[in-house]
Ligand binder design. Structure first.
Ligand code: SF4
Length: 441
């Protein structure tokens, strides 16, 4: 059996846990931010509607700042105030048999949910992480068609039955909407708990994450679990922030061992070090090679293993331009596949390039690629190199090499290719195109 964890990393005193809960909740009641999903969670009487309101907010908040989410959230909830509304929207499209009228040159297959997907994508486009919106929509359909419109009532069932709902989202929905006494662990909670209990091992490792879930489940207030979880996350977002935490104003500072260590760090070094040294091989202490750095204070915690460098990728993209009605320029955009990076979004015809491909060769492969779209050979000399646009995704450093090609005559789009359409500059910016493509035009 693994050795018991040193007391340094544990909450073992029930009286301390009670005090921490009380302090944190009292602070939350006084200082919490007014957010639209909190208002809905507190006022909505119907449990399914409440769960949906929390669910949408949690999906939107994954990887996106609160301030950015508020506006998107309000628009989403106005358009689809219930799960039924979201699921029904797709039914309306398919039963009416409406094809994707927005792409006259496109193929006729796969048209049933095209409009809705487009709508969902357009609402979601500025938020990044586009597949989140799509998965929410799939889950809504599942609840309506397979679960009789009833959202599962426990974290375990939510995680098991709903696509796109992981352990964190399930815990958040269950605790906030239904009052289930279950903890949550997100980036903010990781930071707060690692500091409260001097956890300096790699905070993305399974051993640390498991320990933090156990801790979150043990700490969560039994009578106000949703508020407790939100309070812990709010503390991480507003007080126990990554770089310069406001320890002086922190409602749980008397329970914080990182703070205690930082304060004692001013005393005799040997005594302090022995007080906080983990037993040899402790799975939660900082690695021996990277001990406590007194210049960092509480920000010694949490720690992460060094991040992988994003992969570099190059893509040739071509702005095909024609004169539309009244002589206004129009641009060809095509839809990306429905899975993978930027799934379902629209872009100028693009083609991944091998690294270090010479310009002459780039023109050749791009001209070949474009021939399929314009239905006739493209002379490499007619491609005008505009410049490069760089976009950083979380894991890819993407360079778009941008060309333009003005077209004289009329072009018939090949229906066998991916969906495509001609748009004005204004329509382009209102379409579900990625932020990277918006930088191109
Ligand atoms: Fe975070 Fe400081 Fe509060 Fe500790 S005392 S939990 S480090 S803000």
């Amino acid at each position: 059996a693994p050795a018991p964890l040193p007391a340094l990393h544990l909450f073992s005193d029930p009286a301390e846990i009670e005090a921490l809960r009380g302090n944190l909740l009292a602070w939350y009641d006084k200082c919490k931010r007014d957010l639209p999903w909190r208002t809905l969670a507190a006022t909505e009487q119907d449990a399914d509607r409440r769960a949906y309101a929390v669910w949408v907010s949690e999906i939107m908040l994954q990887q996106t700042q609160v301030a950015t989410v508020i506006d998107y959230y309000n628009r989403w909830m106005q358009k689809w105030p219930t799960l039924q509304a979201l699921a029904q929207a797709s039914l309306e499209v398919s039963t009416a048999g409406i094809g994707c009228s927005a792409r006259p040159g496109g193929s006729s297959s796969n048209t049933t949910s095209c409009l809705l997907e487009q709508e969902v994508n357009e609402l979601w486009a500025g938020l990044g992480y586009y597949s989140r919106g799509k998965r929410l929509q799939e889950a809504a359909r599942k609840v309506v068609s397979e679960l009789a419109g009833r959202v599962p009532r426990t974290a375990e069932a939510l995680q098991k039955l709903l696509p796109g709902v992981g352990r964190y989202t399930a815990g958040a929905i269950a605790s906030i909407s239904y009052g289930q006494a279950t903890g949550v662990v997100d980036g903010n909670v990781i930071r707060v708990l690692c500091r409260l209990r001097c956890i300096g091992a790699d905070s993305s490792s399974p051993a640390v994450i498991d320990q933090l879930w156990d801790m979150a489940n043990a700490l969560v207030d039994r009578s106000r679990p949703g508020d407790f979880n939100q309070a812990l996350m709010e503390l991480g977002a507003t007080v126990c922030v990554p770089k310069a935490p406001l320890c002086g104003e922190c409602p749980v500072k008397q329970h914080c061992r990182a703070r205690r260590r930082a304060t004692l760090g001013l005393g005799p070094a040997a005594a302090v070090t022995s007080m906080f040294a983990g037993v040899g091989g402790c799975p939660l202490c900082p690695p021996a090679a990277e001990p406590w750095d007194s210049s960092l204070g509480v920000t010694n915690f949490p720690r992460k293993a060094a991040k992988k460098q994003p992969r570099a990728a190059r893509t040739a993209t071509c702005v095909l331009e024609r004169r539309g009605c009244h002589g206004a320029p129009e641009y060809l955009i095509v839809q990306r596949p429905s899975s993978g990076l930027l799934a379902g979004l629209w872009e100028f015809p693009s083609l991944p390039l091998a690294q270090d491909l010479q310009e002459e060769k780039q023109r050749e492969v791009l001209a070949d690629h474009l021939q399929a779209w314009v239905g006739q050979p493209v002379a490499t000399g007619s491609l005008r190199l505009i410049g490069e646009v760089i976009h950083i995704f979380s894991h890819i450093h993407q360079t778009y090499v941008v060309y333009s090609l003005p077209l004289g005559g009329d072009v018939t789009l090949d229906p066998a290719l991916s969906p495509s359409r001609w748009v004005t500059a204004e329509e382009f910016h209102a379409s579900a195109v990625s932020t990277a493509m918006k930088k191109v035009l």
